[in-house]
Design a protein around this ligand. Structure first.
Ligand code: NAP
Length: 433
C-alpha cells in the first residue's frame, strides 16, 4: 500500500490526488492536509468572485475528496502541528502543493506605507480568506493604482470598478461588498512596465473591461507599435492586442463615470506619502529590442490613496525544505526535492498558468512518483492520526466542509449577507446551536 500526504488542497493538490488514484488504484491511501478547515485553496480564495464558472471546478474535486481512499485533514498546520520531517517519516511520499500565497514585494521606497497592499491580501480580502478579513483597504480617495499587467491586476481593477449590482451576482463576501459599495474610487490606473505586446492579460479578462456597467477602459493610441508588428505575435496575444487597439480607437465611453486606465510603459519608482499612501512616482519606460523595459528618464506622479501590487507571488518557505529565494519556490528537479519529498503546481514551477495547467502538472508528478520505489514500514493514516491526537489537534474533516458548504449556500439563497465560515471554532459553534 502506497501512502501519500499532499500538503495543500488547492487545484495542484487535488489534481495530484486524482492522478494518484488513477495510477495506484486500490493500492494507495491519500491524506490531503490543509492549514484551513476548508479546502480548494485559490479556487475558494483566489479566483475572482465574479468568475463563478471557474470556481465550479471544485465540484470535480469533491469526487476525489469523497473517494474512500482519500481523506481531507483540514485545520492542520505544517510547522506547528506537524513538521515536514515527521510527515516524511509517516508517509511513503509527501507532496507539497502549497501554492504561492505571499506577495512579491515591489522593492521601491514607501512600499510599507499603509494603503500599499499586495494582491494576495487584496484578493484574499474580497474572497473571505480568514487571514485578510480585517484588511480594510483604503477606498476613500478617487484614484487607485494597481501595479502589474497580469490577470490578477485586471481582477483587482475590475472588482474596484464594478457596481454593487454587478458584484451581487458574485460570491463576494459582505465585509468587502459593504466598503466597496461606499468606495470613492473613480479612476483606476493599471501600471504596466512594458507595452501592450508584452502584457500578460488573457482575452476574456481584458475583454471584460469593455463590458462594465459604470466603468470604461482608457488605452492611449500612442502606446502601440506599428500595426504590422502584431502579425509576429502568438495568436492569444494578438487577440489581446486587438482588443486593446479597439479600446484605444473607440476612446473611453463618456457616459461612464469610472475609468480603468491601462497605463503602459510605467514602472513604480517610489510610493509617496508620510503616514499613508498619497501617490506613486513612476518612471516612464520603453521596450528595447530584447523586449526589456528601459527607463526613459522621464517621471510622472499619480496621486492616489490605494496601491495594489499585483506583480506575482512567492511560495512560503518551510523550515528544513530547500528554498530558492530568488525564484520564490522550493528547490526541485522536476518536482523532486529529496527522496520521498516532492512539490507540484506553483510551489514547483512558480506562479504561472491557469487552474487547468495544474492538472498535467499533477499527473506528470505522479508518473515520477510511481517510477520510484515505495518506502518500507511507513505507518500512514494510523501514524498521523496518533501524532495529531497526541498533540490535541482538532481536525476538520471533509464532512465538516460539506456542512460549511451547505450552510454557506443556504445563507446565500436566503439573501443573508454573505460571509464565509472560516474558523473551525465558528463551525463547531454553529453546529452546537
Ligand atoms: P503574471 O501574469 O505573471 O503578471 C505579473 C505582472 O507583474 C507582469 O505584467 C509583470 O511585468 C509585472 N511585474 C512583475 N514585477 C514587476 C515590478 N517589479 N514592477 C512592475 N511590474 C512588475 O502574474 P499574475 O497576474 O499574478 O497571475 C499569476 C497567474 O495566474 C498567471 O498565469 C495568470 O494568468 C493566472 N491567473 C489567471 C486568471 C484567469 O484565468 N482568469 C486570473 C488570475 C490569475 P513583466 O511582464 O514586465 O515582468
Amino acid at each position: 500500500m502506497r501512502t501519500l500526504a499532499i500538503v495543500g488542497s488547492g487545484p495542484a493538490g487535488f489534481y495530484t490526488a486524482e492522478a494518484a488514484l488513477k495510477a495506484f488504484g486500490d493500492a494507495v491511501r491519500i491524506d490531503i492536509i490543509d492549514r484551513l478547515p476548508t479546502p480548494y485553496g485559490l479556487i475558494r480564495a483566489g479566483v475572482a468572485p465574479d468568475h463563478q464558472s471557474i470556481k465550479a471546478v471544485s465540484r470535480r474535486y469533491d469526487q476525489v475528496a469523497t473517494d474512500p481512499r482519500v481523506r481531507f485533514l483540514g485545520h492542520v498546520s505544517i510547522g506547528t502541528d506537524v513538521s515536514v520531517e515527521e510527515l516524511t517519516a509517516i508517509y511513503d511520499d509527501v507532496v507539497l502543493a502549497v501554492g504561492a500565497p505571499l506577495d512579491r514585494p515591489l522593492g521601491v521606497p514607501g512600499e510599507d506605507l499603509p494603503g500599499v497592499i499586495g494582491s494576495a491580501a487584496f484578493v484574499g480580502w474580497y474572497n473571505g480568506h480568514p487571514d485578510f478579513k480585517d484588511l480594510a483597504p483604503p477606498l476613500s480617495a478617487e484614484e487607485a493604482v494597481v501595479v502589474g499587467n497580469g490577470n490578477v491586476a485586471i481582477d483587482c481593477a475590475r472588482i474596484l470598478a464594478k457596481t454593487v449590482r454587478e458584484l451581487q451576482d458574485s460570491d463576494i463576501v459582505n465585509h468587502a461588498l459593504d466598503p466597496l459599495s461606499r468606495s470613492a474610487v473613480m479612476r483606476i490606473h493599471v501600471l504596466g512596465r512594458r507595452g501592450p505586446h508584452q502584457a500578460s492579460f488573457t482575452l476574456k479578462e481584458v475583454g471584460e473591461l469593455g463590458e462594465l456597467e459604470r466603468a470604461t477602459p482608457i488605452v492611449r493610441p500612442g502606446d502601440f507599435p506599428p500595426a504590422e508588428s502584431d502579425a509576429a505575435l502568438e495568436t492569444g496575444q494578438r487577440r489581446v492586442v486587438e482588443v486593446l487597439r479597439r479600446f484605444a480607437a473607440e476612446g473611453p465611453d463618456a457616459a461612464k463615470p469610472v475609468t480603468v486606465s491601462l497605463d503602459f510603459f510605467r514602472r513604480p519608482l517610489r510610493v509617496l506619502g508620510t503616514d499613508r499612501v498619497e501617490g506613486i512616482e513612476v518612471m516612464k519606460t520603453r521596450v528595447d529590442e530584447s523586449g526589456q523595459a528601459v527607463d526613459t528618464g522621464e517621471t510622472e506622479i499619480i496621486p492616489c490613496g490605494l496601491v495594489v501590487a499585483a506583480i506575482g507571488y512567492r511560495t512560503s518557505a518551510i523550515p528544513g525544505v530547500p528554498f530558492d529565494d530568488k525564484a520564490g519556490r522550493f528547490v526541485n528537479v522536476d518536482g523532486l526535492i529529496s527522496p520521498g519529498l516532492w512539490c507540484v503546481g506553483w510551489a514547483r514551477r512558480g506562479p504561472s498558468g491557469t487552474i487547468g495547467t495544474n492538472r498535467p502538472d499533477g499527473f506528470a508528478l505522479v508518473e515520477r512518483i510511481a517510477a520510484t520505489e515505495s518506502a518500507m514500514g511507513r505507518t500512514g493514516r494510523a501514524g498521523i492520526d496518533a501524532l495529531l491526537k497526541a498533540r490535541g489537534v482538532t481536525i476538520a474533516s471533509f464532512e465538516d466542509w460539506q456542512k460549511i458548504d451547505a450552510m454557506e449556500i443556504s445563507r446565500a439563497r436566503a439573501g443573508a449577507p454573505r460571509e464565509k465560515i472560516v474558523e473551525l471554532t465558528e463551525l463547531r459553534k454553529v453546529f452546537a446551536d
